[in-house]
Structure formats: structure tokens, C-alpha cells
Design a protein around this ligand. Structure first.
Ligand code: ADP
Ligand code: ASP
Ligand code: MG
Length: 406
């Protein structure tokens, strides 16, 4: 007998028929004697629709009310699954975030889980009841409903698995596991059997939306055994594990792309000490995250251009910050561009292999793709390119590193 968390994403609960097949899978586990805690997303498309409505209702709306609306999709699916399970003779009940309670900070729209008080759920699981918990939602210190950011049900599931000291956390989704690249773009992508927490963290944070980044952080910190698998088949999925559990590493495990960032270029700033501090200090003070940075000196040696990337949603605030620092910077002008994409190659094997970057740059050069910025970490190289070349670049790199399925 095991204690397991099973999380089902939006496509897996898209209509009553699919909710019924989820119920069958849950029932099979419960019948086998497992203690089952289910975490659900909203039906596919629902959260997007709710977000549109908040925008239509009021352009500058109250973030607390946004969370009340946007968390509603999960309330529907947990109630429906509990009903279907009960109808099948399974002892089950639904739980909303605040009922558990899943305690978060007060950052509405992208709250972080602080603590899950799971004692009551543990008691019910031990009594043989299936718990059906709404993903994506929690409760703030002042008792308001919060949401965990897009894709946040993954994080609810992993955090619950940690709090319940579950033996496993299965993430059921619409693909058979974690692939070497997004299988919707690269048809020859391969399913990865085992991947390290560290690589999964990079894949997720660089754009592979199959797991929310925060869920991988929690899994890593609490050593939760996460398995990503398909809700439409019985195939074994991808196990996310410690490095010690992997015998042989690929040099590159996966390729990702992310359209989450935009590029800002400041033209002709003075080339003297203190300029970078004058640019990035105010951005940091305004809580604007800067990712890639490139500075290029001009021919006369007296001025330079500085290019950096920020989240798309932060571009306007970044431009306002730079405008405020205009006197100090003395720059000519600022250009913002969101027709860019960040493509990354990721792999722990990179630590011990030279030549990974060279292969990336030559592969892109051979396709005539210009690199606008570069950033690296120990197990990742990212480049910023024109968004138009996203698919071409991801496919070319996938082949170049020998990742294509036979
Ligand atoms: P769910 O609704 O089940 O949470 P998501 O849409 O959030 O599902 O995540 C699954 C999707 O992630 C897949 O349909 C796939 O297109 C996308 N994806 C992107 N990169 C990868 C990858 N490397 N491996 C698997 N899926 C990926
Ligand atoms: N329903 C939420 C979303 O669409 C959370 C999730 O699906 O994980 O972002
Ligand atoms: Mg998801």
C-alpha cells in the first residue's frame, strides 16, 4: 500500500467523459489499497476565458478579485470528479485551497506556498477517503484566495506530496512524459526515461511548460519522486530523480524555447564607469528581472550600446525607469523589441564536455540565424534570436546534438 498524489491537467479533465476516465484511474488505485490524493486543474481553456473576463470587466482590476475569478475553474472540476467517484461507489470529497488549508504569501496572481496543513487530509486518507484537491489556489495571510501563477496545479500537487509525505507524485498530462524538446514542435523528439531535478529545473524555467518551475524546486528540496506521464495511456512516463540515480548522462538532454522575454536596447550611452549601475540599479529597485545582458563598444570608444532582456510584461515599466535616468545616462534612444525568442540547450553532461557552445553557434550560423544575445550557466546555454526562426532553430539544434528519434 502506498500514499500517492495524482495530478491531472486541463486536457485530462476537459469534459465529463474525460473526468470519468480520470475517476476510473483513481478508483483503480484506491481499489488496489493505495491512499489517493488527487489534484486537478481547470478544464482546458477555462482559465484563459476567466482571465479574459477579468480584463473585460475592468482594465486595472483588484488583484484579489482577479484571484477569486481565476481560481474558479478548479472549483468546478474537483466537485465534478468527487461526484463521479461517489457515483462509482468510491468514498471521496473535494477540497478547495482554503479548506485544506494551502497557506501562501499575499502575492496575488503568482503566490508562493508557505505551508500546507495536511493533518485532516492525512486522517481522511487513512480512513480510506479519496481527497480531491483544487490545484492552483491557496489562501493568503489575510484570508483572501490566491493563485499560484499559470501552470500552478503542478506546484500544488508536488507541495501536497511533500506535506503528505507521499511515496509518489504522478503528474498526468497530454504527452507521455518529458521529451528532448516540445513534441508539438519537434516531431522527432524522444521521451526521456529519467531526468535530474537540476535539468528539469532548467528545462522548466527556460520554457518547457510540462512542469511549472516552482514545482520542480519543491520536488528537489523535499526529494519528492515526481513522474510525468500520460493520462490517456498506461505507458511509463519520465521519472525526475537525483543525479546519483543516473548512470550515464547525455551531453545535452533537451532543447527549449521561450517567448516570455523582450529585448531592450539603449543606444549610445557614455562608455565610463558607473553606467551599468545607473541602468540596472533602478530596474532592480523596481523589481524588474533582467536576464541576458550584452554591451557593445562603439568605434569611437566614447559610447556603447547596452542590450538586455526583461519579461514581456515588464517592458513598459523598464522604459519608464530608463527615461527617469536619462540625464545620468545621456543616451541617444531606447528600442524595445518583443519579436524575439530565447532558445536553450540544457544538460548536466555539459560540465565535463567542451564544444557544446561551438556546436550551437555553428548550427545556427549554418541556417543563417543571427544571435542577438547569449547567456550561460553550468548546465545551460541560451541564445536570443528572431522569433521567426524559433522552429527552425529548435529542430536544427535537436538534430545537431543527436537527439532525433530514429
Ligand atoms: P497540463 O494541462 O496537463 O498541465 P500543459 O499544457 O501545462 O499540460 O503541459 C504539457 C505540454 O507541455 C505538452 O502538451 C507539450 O506541448 C508542452 N511541452 C513543452 N516542452 C515539453 C517537453 N520538453 N516535454 C514534454 N512536453 C513539453
Ligand atoms: N488552471 C491553471 C492554468 O491554466 C493552473 C494549471 O492548469 O496548472 O494555468
Ligand atoms: Mg500545466
Amino acid at each position: 500500500m502506498a500514499r500517492i498524489v495524482q495530478k491531472f491537467g486541463g486536457t485530462s479533465v476537459a469534459d465529463i467523459e474525460r473526468i470519468r476516465s480520470v475517476a476510473e484511474r483513481v478508483k483503480a488505485a484506491a481499489d488496489a489499497g493505495d491512499q489517493v490524493c488527487v489534484v486537478l486543474s481547470a478544464m482546458a481553456g477555462t482559465t484563459n476565458r476567466l482571465i479574459e473576463w477579468t480584463r473585460e470587466a475592468a482594465k486595472l482590476h483588484d488583484a484579489r478579485e482577479y484571484d477569486v475569478v481565476v481560481s474558479a475553474g478548479e472549483q468546478m472540476t474537483v466537485g465534478l470528479l468527487a461526484m463521479v467517484l461517489q457515483d462509482m461507489g468510491v468514498n471521496a470529497r473535494s477540497w478547495l485551497g482554503w479548506q485544506v488549508p494551502v497557506r501562501t504569501d499575499g502575492t496575488h496572481g503568482s503566490a508562493r506556498i508557505a505551508e500546507i496543513q495536511a493533518a485532516e487530509i492525512v486522517k481522511r486518507l487513512e480512513d480510506g477517503q479519496v481527497a480531491v484537491v483544487a490545484g492552483f489556489q491557496g489562501v493568503s495571510p489575510d484570508g483572501r484566495i490566491t493563485t499560484l501563477g499559470r501552470g500552478g496545479s503542478d506546484t500544488s500537487a508536488v507541495a501536497l506530496a511533500a506535506a503528505l509525505e507521499a511515496d509518489r507524485c504522478d503528474i498526468f498530462t497530454d504527452v507521455e512524459g518529458v521529451y528532448t524538446a516540445d513534441p508539438r514542435i519537434v516531431t522527432r523528439a524522444r521521451k526521456i526515461d529519467r531526468i535530474t531535478y537540476e535539468e528539469m529545473l532548467e528545462l522548466a524555467s527556460q520554457g518547457a511548460k510540462v512542469l511549472q518551475t516552482r514545482s520542480v524546486e519543491i520536488a528537489m528540496n523535499h526529494q519528492v519522486r515526481v513522474q510525468v506521464r500520460s493520462s490517456f495511456s498506461q505507458a511509463p512516463g519520465t521519472l525526475v530523480v537525483d543525479e546519483a540515480e543516473i548512470v550515464e548522462f547525455e551531453v545535452v538532454s533537451g532543447i527549449t524555447y521561450s517567448s516570455a522575454e523582450a529585448k531592450v536596447t539603449i543606444l549610445a550611452v557614455a562608455d565610463r564607469p558607473g553606467v551599468a549601475a545607473a541602468v540596472f540599479g533602478p530596474l532592480s529597485d523596481s523589481n524588474i528581472n533582467v536576464d541576458m545582458i550584452v554591451q557593445s563598444a562603439s568605434a569611437d570608444g566614447r559610447s556603447a550600446d547596452i542590450t538586455f532582456t526583461v519579461n514581456r510584461g515588464d517592458v513598459d515599466r523598464a522604459l519608464t525607469c530608463l527615461e527617469a535616468a536619462r540625464e545620468e545616462l545621456g543616451h541617444h534612444s531606447v528600442i524595445a523589441d518583443d519579436e524575439v525568442v530565447k532558445v536553450s540547450v540544457i544538460g548536466v553532461g555539459m560540465r565535463s564536455h567542451a564544444g557544446v557552445a561551438k556546436r550551437m553557434f555553428t548550427t545556427l550560423a549554418e541556417r543563417g540565424i543571427n544571435i542577438q544575445a547569449i547567456s550561460t550557466s553550468e548546465i545551460k546555454i541560451s541564445v536570443l534570436i528572431d522569433a521567426e526562426y524559433t522552429e527552425l532553430a529548435v529542430r536544427a539544434l535537436h538534430s545537431a546534438y543527436g537527439l532525433d528519434a530514429a
